[in-house]
Design a protein. Structure first.
Length: 255
């Protein structure tokens, strides 16, 4: 007899609870909710707890944290006609949740597509040497161009970094040969500088010895002493006439 009304009450309570829970929204500190009422933009709410009207309001949640997006490897032909494969990473965040939802359908996909096309365009205007040696300048140019295009969506691109530049095998071998030739060139220059310094020292030594002939004899005797320390069975060396002149003069005087 009372089953019907009780079921109706329970059903009503359940409906109220469902509506209540669907009306209560809780967003984290880094989240915002863009509210639409009957399809019209009503504003942004959050963070914290707030209420919306069930079946009337619709909320789109937006994350305000910086997003790290990998740009897939792009096949690029540089200005000097070198084919390379380049990938990059883009750092961006939503600054205006309303514009990010209203102005563009999927801002993350759109940012990724713009990053890819801009990467191919900018690197296609650069030479290979600039791509390898002046990467920081290219990163700044990429960041500026991508940020200008995403600004109407309320998206701020803070940084763009080229991660890797993959070169063809032929170019890698050419660079290896170039590096080897550069090392050989430096080795020859160092060797030539050493020979030049040694020749200067020898020239200075010859000049000193020419002023003091006795030093030549002393140097000769010192050389003989160094040779004698080695394990040689027989040593043959020339005797300078200057060393025996004194003995010859003495023998002549005795006669």
């Amino acid at each position: 007899m009372f089953v019907g009304p009780i079921v109706g009450i329970v059903f009503g309570v359940v409906i109220v609870l469902i509506l209540l829970f669907s009306a209560i929204k809780i967003l984290k500190e880094y989240e915002r909710g863009v509210i639409f009422r009957f399809g019209r933009l009503r504003g942004t709410k959050g963070p914290g707890i707030f209420l919306i009207i069930p079946f009337v309001d619709k909320m789109v949640k937006v994350d305000l944290r910086t997003i790290t997006m990998d740009v897939p490897p792009q096949d690029v032909i540089t200005r000097d006609n070198v084919p390379v494969k380049v990938n990059a990473v883009v750092y961006f965040r939503v600054m205006d949740p309303e514009r990010a939802v209203v102005k563009i359908e999927r801002y993350m996909l759109a940012t990724s597509q713009i990053a890819q096309t801009t990467l191919r365009s900018i690197l296609g205007q650069a030479e290979l040497d600039d791509l390898l040696a002046r990467r920081e300048k290219i990163n700044q140019e990429l960041q500026k161009i991508i940020d200008e295009q995403t600004d109407p969506w309320g998206v701020k691109v803070s940084n763009v970094e080229i991660k890797d530049v993959e070169l063809p095998q032929t170019i890698q071998r050419a660079f290896a040969r170039q590096a080897e030739a550069e090392r050989e060139r430096r080795a020859k220059i160092i060797s030539a500088e050493g020979e030049f310094q040694a020749s200067e020292k020898l020239s200075n030594a010859a000049e000193v010895l020419s002023k003091f002939p006795v030093s030549v004899q002393l140097r000769f005797l010192q050389t003989l002493k160094e040779i004698a320390t080695e394990q040689n069975s027989t040593i043959v060396f020339p005797v300078p006439i200057d060393l025996v002149d004194a003995f010859i003069d003495k023998m002549g005087k005795k006669k």
